[in-house]
Design a protein around this ligand. Sequence first.
Ligand code: BV8
Length: 225
Amino acid sequence: MADTIVILTGAGISAESGLGTFRDTDGLWSKVRIEDVATPEAFARDPARVQEFYNMRRTQAAGAAPNPAHHALARLQRDHPGRVVIVTQNVDGLHEAAGATVLHMHGALDRALCAACGHRWPAPAEMRPEEPCPACDAPAGRPDVVWFGEMPHHMEEIAELLAAADLFVAIGTSGQVYPAAGFVQEARLAGVETLELNLAESDVSAAFDRHEIGPASEIVPDWVD
Ligand code: BV8
């Protein structure tokens, strides 16, 4: 077992829990445009449309259960305290539901954020277009997710973790969204071994030292155990 492992997960790890991915055939972005639901401009233009999109995803995520891939990563983290960091691009809570601790670099569906005062609170199942903030009363509650054009969370911490890791593993991500898609290059520049676990080739597969191809619910437990 490598000394310190940094794992990046994407929508593919939650696919077998029934949550749609973004860019596979009939993925989320084939049904709605990023510009209409996943940018600050979209929220300013049509908050009802954006809240409806995230209410639907919040309901789906609440009805989903972790799959063997989530459980295997939680087991790995538990069996090697302090040596396994999970960074997820996903906004579902399936890693936590499996017992893992995780860095949500793109935020989380179960949290709300006040666009006026920055207060965060547990998101209601259904957020209204003008969701009042419990701290400042402004009708400015939004999903606490990172939209396109917004800075992801934990970026400095992730850069430090990548530089100090012995192994970087990307699981179920298409490598199309930055800065997450650039983590493999950061790892390589630091001399870190890299492994990609995916159902298919990704946009950044060529940058990885090793690959395992298959469904996450099979190849992640195989890799962990
Ligand atoms: C920013 C939250 C700047 C909301 C999301 C270069 C550098 C920096 C930025 C950019 C850049 N070039 C372009 C940009 C802009 C942009 C970007 O990357 N655009 C892309 C489209 C080109 N990036 C940004 O805007 C980022 N912000 O850069 O800010 C800045 C600087 C200073 C100050 C302020 C700002 C913010 C990006 C975050 C956007 N939010 N999500 C939500 O979830 O609704 S991103 C969105 O894509 C999802 O969160 C998703 O997690 C993420 C990545 O997608 P994947 O997880 O990879 O999913 P995908 O469907 O694509 O692929 C699924 C994969 O799973 C496939 O590989 C498939 O083979 C595999 N799979 C499927 N089934 C299985 C499986 N694998 C295993 N088993 C299976 N069963």
